[in-house]
Design a protein around this ligand. Structure first.
Ligand code: NDP
Ligand code: PYC
Length: 340
């Protein structure tokens, strides 16, 4: 670890051990502390700072509140040949996902398409972690979850939607999967929180203040409302996520999750929907045109041939670098984490 700059450099092992120990110290059992530590370190490793070790601060707040369970045992329900439900029993989503994802993959490969509903979880993680893990097992996957109301619908001025991320993964045999994962707001709320910590301005278009006026001040944006990406298009997608990962699976929407939070300002408590598709089951090879995987590669080649990049390329490059060289944290964040 170096100490002479505004950044702190940690090896991946040091980052994991620090994260796990802090979570364990605040009451998580080994299973929970390991799953959540791997998740935040993966975010830091891939330089997704809004969902990296910064999240330890909110995790600990949740554990201290007594509402987040650090030892819940996820309960799995085999609802139908295509549907699995897992009750996280108020634990973090990562543990429930890890408990039930094998059922999802098996069912997708048997039936062609399968769904996993995670209920009653505290959710803060980046969704690429899940769709990437599923794509590595040979299935295409989509994941979505609400959060806490903080985003205005297009044409409105008051928080209603969560930042509602949507992620997709496609398997690429012999390569990293094709993965994208983004909030349906202009950015994750975590990005604005990090800007506020660093006292940096945010771009116009990310948020409005509590009077509905455009703002570049992160504190005003956090008090006011964030904006959806793509105007009414992102707004409709965000509403879809509220519905599919809320009422469809019998769980809470963002405004209900915020009401449940009741001012505690901890991680949102609701559900998540994950869908998996088997390319082998749903499609068939098209003779000389190639297998469904080969034909997907034609699309990826055509994207990069234009000089465009694939989503997750930056992340995979960051992963290769930080795995060699270690992860960096702002010293002020590192100090706040140590203070936990
Ligand atoms: P970004 O706006 O940074 O967009 C991320 C996605 O777009 C990534 O897949 C990224 O790939 C890709 N991308 C970015 N630039 C380009 C480009 N020029 N060409 C091609 N692809 C590009 O992310 P958000 O701020 O919207 O979300 C960040 C994270 O926050 C997500 O992981 C999300 O799951 C998480 N989140 C979680 C929530 C929760 O409730 N659990 C709520 C909201 C967000 P790359 O990474 O390689 O740059
Ligand atoms: O960054 O928008 C966000 C977020 C909400 C819940 C977890 N992350």
């Amino acid at each position: 670890m170096t100490t002479s700059s505004p950044f702190v450099l940690l090896s991946l092992n040091e980052a994991y051990t620090l994260s796990r120990d802090i979570l364990a110290q605040h009451g998580m059992n080994d299973r929970h502390a390991d799953a959540v530590a791997r998740s935040v370190v993966a975010g830091q490793r891939d330089e997704c700072h809004s969902h990296g070790m910064y999240r330890l601060l909110v995790c600990v707040k949740g554990l201290k509140s007594g509402r987040v369970s650090g030892d819940a045992v996820p309960e799995i329900f085999d609802v139908s040949p295509a549907i699995t439900r897992v009750d996280a029993h108020a634990g973090f989503s990562q543990v429930a996902f890890e408990a039930a994802s094998g059922h999802l993959v098996r069912k997708a490969k048997e039936v062609g398409i399968a769904a996993l509903a995670i209920n009653n979880c505290f959710h803060f993680s980046a969704l690429w972690q899940e769709v990437e893990a599923l794509a590595e097992q040979g299935v295409a996957a989509m994941a979505m979850t609400p959060s806490h109301s903080c985003v205005a619908p297009a044409g409105g001025k008051r928080p209603l939607f969560g930042t509602n991320p949507f992620a997709f993964g496609w398997p690429r045999p012999g390569d990293f999967p094709f993965v994208f994962d983004f909030a349906t707001s202009m950015v994750a709320r975590g990005e604005i929180e990090l800007a506020a910590r660093k006292q940096e301005q945010i771009p116009l278009g990310w948020a409005i203040d509590d009077e509905g006026q455009p703002t570049t001040d992160p504190a005003n944006g956090l008090r006011g409302a964030m904006l959806t990406f793509g105007s009414y298009k992102g707004s409709a997608l965000s509403a879809m996520i509220e519905l599919l990962a809320g009422p469809l699976i019998g769980d809470l929407m963002s405004f209900e999750s915020l009401a449940l939070d009741d001012g505690a300002s901890i991680t949102p408590h609701h559900g998540e929907l994950i869908l998996a598709f088997s390319p082998e089951r749903l499609g068939s090879d098209r003779g000389d045109a190639g297998s469904n995987f080969e034909r997907a590669e034609m699309l990826f080649d055509a994207i990069v041939d234009q000089g465009a990049r694939l989503p997750s390329q930056r992340r995979f490059a960051a992963r290769a670098r930080t795995t060699r060289e270690g992860v960096t944290l702002d010293r002020s964040l590192y100090d706040d984490i140590l203070a936990l």
